[in-house]
Design a protein around this ligand. Structure first.
Ligand SMILES: *[C@@H]1O[C@H](CO)[C@@H](O)[C@H](O)[C@H]1NC(C)=O
Ligand SMILES: *[C@@H]1O[C@H](CO)[C@@H](O)[C@H](O)[C@H]1NC(C)=O
Length: 246
């Protein structure tokens, strides 16, 4: 019995080998996919015919110099393949996308006669551009909260670099914002760069800058109504209003 199982599987193996891997989607000339910076994207490629052997697979980026994804420093630790576990699944997952990843990609396999069979995909990568870079002036009373609005046109896009700074003494010193600040750039909307300042005091008055990729920025001025109070210093050490008013 074991011998016959062995024989059947050997025959199946040979038959499958003759069929080889037929790439799906080769009739589509170029599949276009759009993704956002910071995200992952699956570049699809697969065999239509059930595969017993893993076909020899290469993913390349078609730039002036052809780049083999699994061998390039540019894609180091950013490329995941599935064909070891699922031989017919030739897709590749690219993660931590940057604008430089935009371009044409090719999934190539060797067929039975050692000829190349391939499928091309054009990847568009959308980055963060500020939806509004106009200056903004906001007036609030002491103790209130204020949302400093700043966002990417596409909320799914994550800027390569984001800094929030406050300008002191005119525009000479810029300090990074850290305390009493809430941010909303979650995984679902990494392009929401707004910050919420709570319990504002006279000290919070001034100019703030939301800057992305060391390139584009939005300036926002906050004016705080009301007299300076001795408590203001405490607020700045992170006490909440409730602690101070009780
Ligand atoms: C290949 O595997 C990936 C990751 O598990 C999956 O998302 C994708 O749908 C698979 N593709 C095919 C054609 O099975
Ligand atoms: C960002 O998040 C804050 C808090 O949830 C929200 O008020 C604001 O509208 C969001 N901004 C955008 C552009 O969605």
């Amino acid at each position: 019995m074991w011998i016959s199982v062995f024989l059947i599987s050997a025959i199946l193996h040979i038959t499958a080998g003759n069929e080889g891997c037929t790439l799906s989607g080769t009739n589509i000339r170029l599949q276009e996919i759009t993704a956002f910076t910071g995200q992952s994207v699956l570049l699809p490629c697969s065999c239509t015919v059930r595969q017993f052997d893993t076909p020899r697979l290469t993913w390349t980026k078609l730039s002036q110099e052809t780049v083999i994804l699994t061998q390039s420093e540019l894609y180091r630790d950013r490329v995941e393949q599935f064909n070891e576990k699922f031989p017919g699944n030739l897709s590749v997952l690219l993660s931590h996308l940057t604008q430089d990843d935009q371009g044409d990609y090719r999934c190539t396999i060797k067929d039975r006669e050692n000829r190349d069979e391939y499928r091309d995909i054009r990847l568009h990568v959308k980055g963060c551009t500020l939806s509004d870079s106009n200056q903004l002036e906001i007036v609030r009373s002491r103790g209130q909260s204020v949302l400093l609005p700043c966002s990417c046109t596409e909320l799914q896009a994550k800027p390569l670099r984001l800094t929030w700074t406050k300008f002191l003494d005119g525009q000479t010193h810029a300090i990074p914002l850290r305390d009493r600040v809430e941010m909303f750039n979650t995984e679902k909307s990494p392009g929401n760069l707004s910050v919420l300042l709570s319990c504002i005091t006279k000290e919070d008055q001034g100019w703030y800058r939301c800057e992305i990729n060391n390139q584009n920025f939005r300036d926002i001025r906050i004016t705080v109504k009301g007299k300076r109070s001795d408590n203001d210093a405490f607020y700045h050490r992170g006490f909440s209003v409730n602690n101070l008013t009780s």
